[in-house]
Each structure stands twice: as structure tokens, then as C-alpha cells.
Design a protein around this ligand. Sequence first.
Ligand code: ZN
Length: 716
Amino acid sequence: MIRTALFALGAFAMPLAVAANPAQPAQATQAFSNPFFEAKTNKYGAPAFDRIRPEHFRPAFYEGMRQHKAEIEAIANAKTAPTFDNTILAMEKAGLFLDDVSAVFFNMTSANSSAPIRAIQREMGPVMAAHSDSIRLNPKLFARVQAVYDKRSSLRTPEQRRLVERVYQGFVRSGAKLNPEQKARVSEINQRLSTLSTNFSQKVLADTNQFALVLETEADRAGLPQFFLDAALEAGRARGMPGKHVVTLSRSSVEPFLELSTSRAMREKAWRGWVLRGDNNDAEDTKATASEIVTLRQERAAILGYAHHAAFTLDDTMAKTPANVSALLNGVWEPAKAAVTRDAAEYLELAKSQGFKGDKLEPWDWRFYAEQKRRAKYNLNEDEVKPYFSLDSMLDAQFWVANQLFGLKFKEITGTVPVYHPDVRVWDVMEADGRHIGLFYGDFFSRESKQGGAWMSSYQGQDRVNGNLKPMVVNVLNYTKAPAGKPTLLSYNDAETLFHEFGHGLHGLLSNVAYPSLAGTAVSRDFVEFPAQIYEHWLGQRQVLERFARHSDTGAAMPKELLDKVMAARNHDQGFATVEFLSSALVDMDVHSQPNLPKGFDMGAFEKESLARIGMPREIVMRHRPTHFGHIFSGGYSAGYYSYMWSEVLDADGFRAFTETGDIFNKDVAKRLRTFVYGGGNSRDAAEAYRQYRGRDPDPKALLEMRGLADGTSNN
Ligand SMILES: [Zn+2]
């Protein structure tokens, strides 16, 4: 996942808000020291995290908006005829101060939040939405953009034409062509949506943190291997319960617990905590918030001339229409459900052979018996594999792959660049010849101040217009930290997530475009997962695992026999994973494809009906239920969660460009991958970028084959 703070004028920014001036008067000077107003002292120009305090953000935001507004006014009110340089390029140069503040701030709200940060977030969300709309809905500015757009065929470069088209589309999609009353309403909606999405994310974080399952007795801890107990002890310490073993609602805590705990009662407790996030009918319940978000989006889509929010959102993606998305998702849904039906019968049979009473598995049994089945079928278990996947060795692996593909070099410089938390590490990223490319930050461990999940974000994008600025990207993960002195051990899935986010990171780092609005990950939402997901493929390659899957105690390579089993078991339980994902994507599309949901509709009831419509298997729960579905209610993936699978069509087919040559590091293919995918940003249409990389359109069969769900292949 990526998180962006596109409150300034990114060409792909979603419409945010029209408004009066912010209530707070602008402050041009600062009476006290504020790092945002001072030159950055470190040699990379990195954010001064060591000196930034919550009280610095508010004045910096208002000053940033004041500057940006003045710059935009000057462009909009210019007396000269509109040109690319005095309009589009001038906008690319505007709002830099605000970009800096926003990038740092919105990374803090997700990765290192605190009560003061959350208060500022609640205040600034609608103010920033209004600021954005005051630009997007400025009629004089739009008239100039339109004038440049109308003459775009005479522009010097294809990238200039692309930029003008993207900026123009951004204005139109924000409502630049609406009448004044409509603009006012859209802006009101945007400000309210900003508040609601903040509420949503803050409630989910609070609800996640208020859960802690303490494993008091030996019986509570039954079946748990040492690595899990170590991490649970560390979680207890972090939660102020030293000496206690604690399961938290971080995915890397609760999922292995559900796989490994032999205490069915404790599994049920953990599972309930996990799936009921945001759905406890208390102060942190999110159902009403989600419902209001949906109906406001529905109203905004109607004002903008679309049948519903999904039609509006998809109009600006590779997929283009809800029908195209449905065709993809439904084509995978039935084979995935069939795989689940087969697996459910097998798991139940296995469970009964182990003394399970009853005639059906419950959702808190699924992961446990899937793991039991994996052990039985492949003679493989999680605690045998895990010591070979230490965080450090997997970091080495992801860097090595980037070196093999693109010649990149990574030098850890933690301690020389300011960070916002002592766990954050930093690398200098260089070309083969040592030229500086950018900075890569890694923030790997779960903590209460961090939102759940994993994502990439940027403190600064690649920018040639404003002084050849180098990218600074961050990967934020939620691994359970091992106690001091012990290595943090990952599951294979955890390692895949590491590679995934690093793929996003490379998309930011390798950006090589002329205009900052088109840089890095500012691409269509259903293309943006492609560079992340294709990178996951290298983790699963023998050449990589042989080299980097090393025992954390002995340093020994994984025995060939074990490696063979890991490779063979990669598609184990794929039906579950696919159904878990697809149900989330289908409900997202369903709720955002409704034209007439009444105000205040019951999100809980809608979820039930929607799942009934698709015939959701009873043993499986959505990967993200609506009550904690941050992607769609606070993360910019609304009517867009399908994007992962859309991108998977590309990565399944796209990785074959390497395997077909017999060399997973083939230099020619890697060069095209870098030029058209990792480096290309949004400088060309996404489908065209793929064709330039692959030489043709993607073959959709590759996806089902990769998931082991194609006709004639085993589901395992
Ligand atoms: Zn992603």
C-alpha cells in the first residue's frame, strides 16, 4: 500500500475540497524556533525529525498555505497569456513549503501518532481540504489551465502533454466545471470527508490498542513456539505489562497465534478481537462513520455527473469501468471458492483425526488447521522455517535483488540522519557508480503509535524542477519486535510484505521524470501495486532463498530438503487467501457502486447482505471488514481495493518476462523494467508503460496459474 500526502497540487490528487479562507490568520514570521522555518542542516536535506515537535506543525501548515495561496494567486491573476511555463510549470514550483510540512505530518499521523498529533490532524484535515479546493475550484486558474490544455498538441515534449492532461483532468475531476452552488457543496463534502476519514483511522487505532490478550497460564500458551513467546513477552513489556505474554491485534502477532495456538478458546478470543475492530458498539465503533463517508461520496459522484462513486473513481484508472473490475474479480471468485470448499473438507477430516468434535470448522479454526495440514502434507512447520527468515537477512536479500537487477548499492547510515523514533533505520541508496539516488528509511516494528498494516510513503519525491531534489522514501511495517539481543523473525508472508513495500520504495527512488507531479508512485491506483507485487516474485526464487534464508543462530543456509518443501508449499491455502482478499474487494466495489443508499444506512447490515450476495464461505472473514477497512475509508483505495488483483494480472505476466529468458536478473528485461515501470512515474499511460516493458498486453491467464487456481492445476 502507499500513502500520499497530496494536499498540494499533485496531478493525480483526488479531489479534496471549495472553501472560505482558513479561520486561522497566516503567520509570516515565527517568534520561536521552528525547524520547518530553518534551513535543513544534514547533508541530504532530510527532515529534521530530531527537532520537530507537534507544536511546530500548526504554524508551519498555515505559513505553507499562505505561501501556496500567494503563488497560486499570482499564476491565476497573471496578465500575460497562459503558457505551459507560466501556468503548469509555475504550479509545479508552487507549494513546496506546504509539501514539506504535509509529507512529514501525514507520515507522523500514520507511523508515530500521539494525542497532540491526532488533535492537529483533526483540525488540519478539513482546513487542508478547503485549501486544496480553493485551488482546484478557482475559475481564473482553471481558465488558464484550460487554455494551455486546448493547445497541448503544440507542446515540446510528450511528458509536457501528459502533465497538462493530468493537471486538467485533476481540475475537472475536482469539480472545476461545476456551477458555484455545486462547487460549494462539493467543497463542503470534501471537508466533511476529511474529518470523517481522520475519525475513522483514529478510532481503528484506538480500538486496536485497547485489545490485549494476556496469556496468563501454561494452558493459554499451549502450542506456541519459543519465537512467538519471545515476541509476546516483548509485546507485554511494550504494553506496560512486563513479564506477561501478550497477543496484540498487530497482524504479525495475531495471525501466527491463530495458526499455532492449540487453545481453541484463546484462539476464539483473539479472533473476535481481530475481526471486531471498529465493531464493538462503543466510542470507537466506526459503522456510522463509514456509512456517512459512503453516502457523501455517493452525493459527490452524482454532482460530478457519475452514476456512483465507483464509476467516478474508475474513470481515471487502467480498469476504466466497474464492469471491467467485476469481470476480473468474478473470474477468480468462483475458482477460489471451489478451492476453499475442497480445503474445508480436507481440514475438517484432518481436525477430526486429531480429536476435533463437531461437524464444521469455525473461522478461528481455519488458520490452525491450515497450518496443521501444511505440516502434514509438506512435513513443514512455521517454527522450523522461521529462524531462516530474520528481518536482517531479508533486508539483505531485498537490497541484493535491487543490486542484481539495477546495480543499486545500499549503505546503512542510521545515526547520521534524524529519525522520529529510535527503531527507524536509514540507508543511502546509490547507483552502481556511487552517485546518490536517495534515502530509504525503514520503520519495521509494531507499536501503539502506529496504524496497522504496511505501507510506503515519501518525505520528498524526485523533483528536477525545484533543484534536482532526490527521493526520500519510507517503508513502514508492523512486525513484532524480538526482545533485545534476539533477531526479529519473519514468516514467509511477512518477508513477502517486506519485498512488496520495498518495491513501492524503488518506484519512488528510481523515478526519473521531468515533472514532480508525475514522479514515482503518482500513477493510476490500479497500476501502483505492480512495481510492488512484481518485486515479491524475487523472494520466492531459489537463487535468493539459497543465499539469504540463513539460520539466525548458526548462519547456516537452509537445508536443501527444507528449501524444497518451502518452495512446494508456497501455494498452500491459496483458496483462503484469495477469498479473504476478494471478498474485501467485492464489498468495496458493492458499497461504492450504490447510487441510492439512504443517509444513515446500516453499514453492518449492508456488509451482511453484500457477503450473502456473493456466497461468502462461512469459515472465512474478509481480510478487512468495513469497520476497520482503512484502505477504503482513510487510505485512498475506495472502489480501489481491487487494484491489488488488477496489478497482479500485470505482475504474474510481467515476471515471466524474466523467467522466459532463463535468467531472473536478465539485464535487458531489468533495464526495461527500470525505464518504463520503476523510473517512468506517470509520464505515460499505464497500459502503454506495461506494453513498452513487456512488448505486449498482459496475459490474464498468468494470474490464475500463479495462484494455483487455473483449470487442471492443483489448488496447492
Ligand atoms: Zn502496496
